[in-house]
Every structure is written in C-alpha cells, then in structure tokens.
Design a protein around this ligand. Structure first.
Ligand code: SAH
Ligand code: SF4
Ligand code: F3S
Length: 388
C-alpha cells in the first residue's frame, strides 16, 4: 500500500474518460489518492488523444508546463506518465519530444499502470531527479485488456456511468488514427457487460452510456447490438441508457425497431456522416453513399418517434472541391440535425489519407468550417424555438 497522490488529466473522447476512471479504480485499489491539484500530486498522468493534430498540440503544450519532472509551481518533484492514444502513436519518440515524461503506456496496457508506477517510484528512491528523467518505460503491446479492470466500481459521477461494450475499431476510415492506436475491434463478453451494469446500479448508478467506436458492429457469439440493448433494458434499477457511436453502414432498420420498443433507451442517435459527397465518402472509405445516409435517417425518424439525431462532419478532406463541400452544406440543411460537430481535416500518421496531399488551404478549411457551423447554429436555434 502507498500513500502517494495522483492527478490525472484526460483529453479526447468518452472512451478516454472511461479509461481514466478505470486507471483511477486500479490505483485506488493500491492505496493511491486521486487529487485534482497537479501542484500537489506525486504522480501526474496525461491520458491523451491523437485524433486530430489540434488534440495532440493541446497535450504537448500542457506537458511543456511541467518542466524537468517538476509540477508547474516547481515545488513538488513529480513523476509524469503519458498514457492513451498518443503514447501508442509516438511510442519512444515521446521521450525525445518531451524528456520530462518518465513513462508511456498505450491504451491496451492500462492494466499495467500500477505496476509501472511502482517500478518508477522504487527507482526514484535510489536516484537523483535528473537520473529519473533517464528512466523510461515503454509498454505498448496492444493486447486484449483483462476483464477485471472494468469491475473496480470507480465511476466519476454518482448517477451516470460509461460502460465499454467494445474496444478498438476495424473500419479503417482513411483519415482516422483510431484503429492504429486502439487496435482492431474487440467485443466484450455481453455477460460481463451486463454484470458491470448490475454492479454499477447496485452502487446507485441510474443512467448509463454504452461506449464503442462503432457500437453497431457489436457481436459476441450470437448476440448482436440490438440483442445487447434488449438485455440492458431489462436490468433492474436502471432508469435510462443511451449509446455512442453508431456507424451508418452497420446501422439497420432492425436496430431502429428495437430502439423504438425499449422504454429505458433514450431516443438519441449519434450518426456521423462525415461528408455529403459520394466521391469524398468513397475516398474516406466510409462504406455508404449520400443516398444511403438519407434513407437511413428517414427510416430512423419514421420508426423511432420524437428521436434526436446528431452527427460529425469533416471539412477540407484532401481534394474536396467547392462542389463536394456544397453537397455537405446541403445535406446539413436538408437533414436538420439536432447538433453537429464540425472538424477541419488534419492528416494523421499511419492513415491512408496521409498519403494524399492535404491540398485544401487552411483559410478555405476555416471558411467551410464556419459555413457549416453557421448553418447548424440556425437550425439548432430554430429547433429550440419550436420546442418552446
Ligand atoms: N468512432 C467514432 C468517432 C471517431 S473520432 C466515429 O466513427 O464516428 C470522432 C470524429 O473525429 C470523427 O467522427 C471525425 O469526424 C473526426 N476525425 C477523425 N479523424 C479526423 C481527422 N484526421 N481530421 C479531422 N477530423 C477527424
Ligand atoms: Fe475512426 Fe472510422 Fe473507426 Fe470511427 S469508424 S473510429 S472514424 S476508423
Ligand atoms: Fe482520441 Fe483515442 Fe478517443 S485518438 S478520440 S482518445 S480513441
């Protein structure tokens, strides 16, 4: 047992939020105290995101504030660990760029964090702080996570919990780094998922969000995603649940029919479209067309009554012309999403799209970004007025 304190800073998506809880759960079991003041922490963890250049820049800039293994105030010598997607993306290169980082651990190895911290601490007691900076551990094997790590019962919120249904992604959208940093799709055993939900409900949780990069691809033996949510709906004591994220190519009318029937399920779908141009969708390797998406949305709205719909869009994908962009703009105006998250394309390492020239100028990306943002703002405002 230890009396050391840990501060963890989380970047990126809900999957990372959940991973930070999992890490905290494992560390609390070992006696660590989780605190929210980096200046007072013995160990600082950055749980990082690589999805866009901007996400990484934020992490590098935060790390820069922790010079020479010290907290920003310069008072407490800290051990710094980089965990998550950037650790997997950069591996040993992290230590060249951020020499104040003591160890790096990829998403598939988070269960080893307590043991790694122990090794760093025991090394630290024997050496000066300068030597400590020379001591790096790099654990990024990319295997399957052991099931136990999800059962420590650590949830940040008292009422709401994120529950992982699958890790990784095998879709390889051409712009996306996730399959490379998180590995290919692995589905958790549905019995373990349900057990975790029951445990959470026993602790007072009433709402949950099921998490996966592409939840609709869930399959464990003969249990698919529609079946899984039917089971979740039956958990006693659970009041409400939802799920993210859905991939259009794996979303079906059958799923909508199931959604419509489940009284605890929030009638909400996050269905990233990414682009309204068939040419760009193909280059993105998304596996559907504009028409397919429109038909899907029609069916969703017909079958699941009073349902909300949100999306993600990338502007400025390589070779995106004004005509391609206008198709996305029109799609946004026609579909009238309840919310849309708009991103400017940035090339990511390992990906297929990285091989294409990033040929839409920054100014043009900004203009397109603003155009969609403004269109969506008008739609969202109008929807708000209608609700009143
Ligand atoms: N698995 C989810 C989320 C992936 S990341 C899904 O498939 O929707 C979240 C969003 O980031 C994506 O939907 C996409 O819109 C955006 N994104 C991913 N890679 C990007 C890149 N290289 N440049 C800009 N936006 C990107
Ligand atoms: Fe990335 Fe595509 Fe997988 Fe989403 S579905 S995580 S965008 S590869
Ligand atoms: Fe970022 Fe990794 Fe999530 S790259 S979006 S933290 S899966």
């Amino acid at each position: 047992m230890t009396n050391k304190s840990i501060y963890i800073r989380t970047f990126g998506c809900q999957m990372n939020v959940r991973d930070s809880e999992v890490i905290c759960g494992l560390l609390v079991k070992e006696g660590y105290k989780i605190i929210d003041e980096p200046n007072k922490a013995d160990i600082i963890l950055f749980n990082t995101c690589s999805v866009r250049q901007h996400a990484e820049d934020k992490v590098w800039s935060e790390l820069g504030k922790f010079k020479k293994g010290q907290s920003p105030s310069g008072t407490v010598p800290s051990i710094i660990g980089m965990v998550g997607c950037m650790a997997q993306n950069y591996k040993e290169k992290i230590f060249e760029r951020a020499p104040n980082v003591n160890f790096a651990v990829g998403p598939s190895d988070i269960q080893r964090i307590p043991e790694i911290i122990k090794r760093v601490i025991s090394h630290k007691s024997q050496v000066t702080s300068q030597d400590l900076l020379e001591f790096k551990i790099w654990e990024t094997d990319g295997g399957i996570r052991p099931e136990e790590i999800y059962h420590t019962g650590f949830y940040e919120d008292k009422k709401h919990a994120y529950i992982v249904v699958s890790e990784g992604c095998s879709n390889f959208c051409s712009y996306c780094v996730v399959p490379y940093v998180r590995g290919e799709l692995r589905n958790r055993n549905y019995k373990e998922i349900l057990k975790e939900i029951e445990e959470a409900v026993d602790k007072g949780i009433t709402k949950i969000t099921l998490l996966g990069q592409n939840v609709n691809a869930y399959q464990y033996n003969d249990i698919n995603f529609a079946k899984l949510i039917e089971f979740v709906n039956l958990v006693k004591g659970l009041e409400e649940f939802s799920f993210i994220t859905s991939h259009p190519k794996d979303t079906s009318i059958d799923l909508f029919k199931t959604m419509a029937n489940l009284e605890k399920l929030k009638k909400y779908l996050h269905l990233p479209v990414q682009s309204g141009s068939d040419r760009i969708l193909e280059l993105m390797n998304r596996g559907y067309t504009r028409k397919f998406y429109f038909d899907l949305v029609d069916n969703y709205r017909k079958i699941v009554k009073s349902a909300t719909l949100t999306t993600d869009i990338i502007v400025g994908f390589p070779t995106e012309t004004e005509t391609d962009f206008l198709q996305t703009h029109n799609l946004v105006k026609d579909i009238e999403f309840d919310a849309a998250y708009i991103f400017k394309y940035s090339p990511r390492p390992h990906t297929e799209a990285e091989k294409l020239a990033d040929d839409v100028q920054r100014k043009e990306k900004e203009k397109r970004h603003k155009t969609i943002l403004d269109a969506q703002k008008d739609i969202s405002n109008e929807k708000k007025c209608l609700k009143k």
